[in-house]
Design a binder for this molecule. Structure first.
Ligand code: TLP
Length: 351
């Protein structure tokens, strides 16, 4: 029998912890494979076509992770010495270990956003003019949903305004759409529509969509050809990768439609937490809940330690901010366990 570890723990750390479904495991077992570096893996080819089609782009590229997808995208769009405009708390800037600066030789120009959305006039003002002193602006990078803004959905009107500016200045837009399907489901639109405002999109199969590994980047065919070379340079050319892509295909065919369950659970958690005087919580739009616990007298890390003692896991997003992410492998019972545990900890009654 296939067993998964740590089932007694309730894990709200991330939707990255989701385990593949039985259908995925079966597809992985049964899939035909070939050498993808020769372009001969049928499952990888199918996944890339499916992804491109879903997002309305010409071609796709299966990559190892969201971080690799973003890195390859930045490298493919830019030249060393250029500048990338992006939101101050964006994943590319905050959590990717300066990979693009290190490997791509690009500089990051951050603009603080409002729930992850950058003000279009501030972005336009940040675009460099032609001056011997300045780097040139090589890329504008967006993130939807925005992780550190609590899974916030970037309004389509904001994306449209940014796309108009980008076009006017002939600057490409990359969208870190790690959770683009959460954004689509939450705003009642399609991922294709969201993607229409970007030249390239990177999205994750291994978050809410529960595949074990992988992301896909999509864009114009010529651009994907260049990206494929960057993937190879970075050591991301995988061989019989169809074993992984098979799960990705199931993710796209079956797992998007269940994302509203994750959003409903996040809502349930946030409503429960909002009743506690020690907690400030913003009602979530998708599957990420940020709670500020400063009024409780505990730091985020102290609260996380107490929760871990109760086999409940979450992460800290700041000295007093705890992030809870909902996904397939947590449910109402887990959410109730968390709500009870937090209440008890605040009452000083933790077992
Ligand atoms: N985010 C992880 C951590 O790195 C914070 C998480 O647990 O949420 N873009 C966005 C918006 C992301 O949230 C993440 C992962 C990535 C890219 C990177 O994806 P991976 O982890 O596959 O490299």
């Amino acid at each position: 029998m296939l067993t998964d570890m740590a089932d007694k723990k309730v894990d709200f750390r991330s939707d990255t912890v989701t385990r593949p479904t039985p259908k995925m495991r079966r597809a992985m077992y049964e899939t035909e494979v070939g050498d993808d570096v020769y372009g001969e893996d049928p499952a990888v080819n199918k996944l890339e076509e499916k992804a491109a089609d879903l997002l309305g782009k010409e071609a796709g590229l299966f990559v190892t992770s969201g971080t690799q997808g973003n890195l390859i995208s930045v490298l493919t769009h830019t030249l060393p010495g250029q500048e990338v405009i992006l939101e101050s708390e964006s994943h590319i800037f905050y959590y990717e270990a300066a990979g693009a600066a290190l490997i791509g030789g690009v500089q990051m120009r951050t603009i603080p956003g409002k729930r992850g959305a950058m003000n279009p006039s501030k972005v336009e003002a940040a675009i460099r003019s032609d001056d011997i002193h300045f780097p040139s602006t090589g890329l504008i990078a967006l993130e939807n949903t925005h992780n550190r803004a609590g899974g916030a959905v970037i309004p389509l009107s904001n994306m449209a305004a940014l796309a108009t500016i980008a076009r006017k200045h002939a600057i490409p837009i990359h969208l870190d759409g790690a959770r683009i399907f959460n954004a689509a489901v939450a705003s009642g639109t399609t991922a294709k529509e969201i993607a229409s405002y970007a030249d390239s999109i990177s999205f994750c199969l291994s978050k809410g969509l529960c595949a074990p590994v992988g992301s896909v980047i999509v864009g114009r065919k010529e651009w994907i050809d260049k990206a494929r070379k960057w993937r190879k340079r970075l050591g991301g050319g995988m061989r019989q990768a169809g074993i992984l892509a098979a799960a990705g295909i199931v993710a796209l065919e079956q797992m998007i439609r269940r994302l509203p369950e994750d959003h409903a659970l996040a809502q349930y958690l946030a409503e429960g937490l909002a009743e506690l005087p020690e907690v400030d919580v913003v009602l979530p739009e998708t599957n990420i809940v940020l709670m500020n616990v400063e009024k409780s007298g505990l730091t985020a890390k102290q609260l996380l330690q107490r929760l871990e003692d109760e086999d409940i896991l979450a992460t800290d997003f700041g000295p007093f901010t705890v992030r809870l992410v909902t996904h397939k492998d947590v449910d109402r019972t887990g959410a109730d366990r968390l709500l009870d545990a937090v209440k008890n900890i605040f009452k000083g009654e933790a077992r």
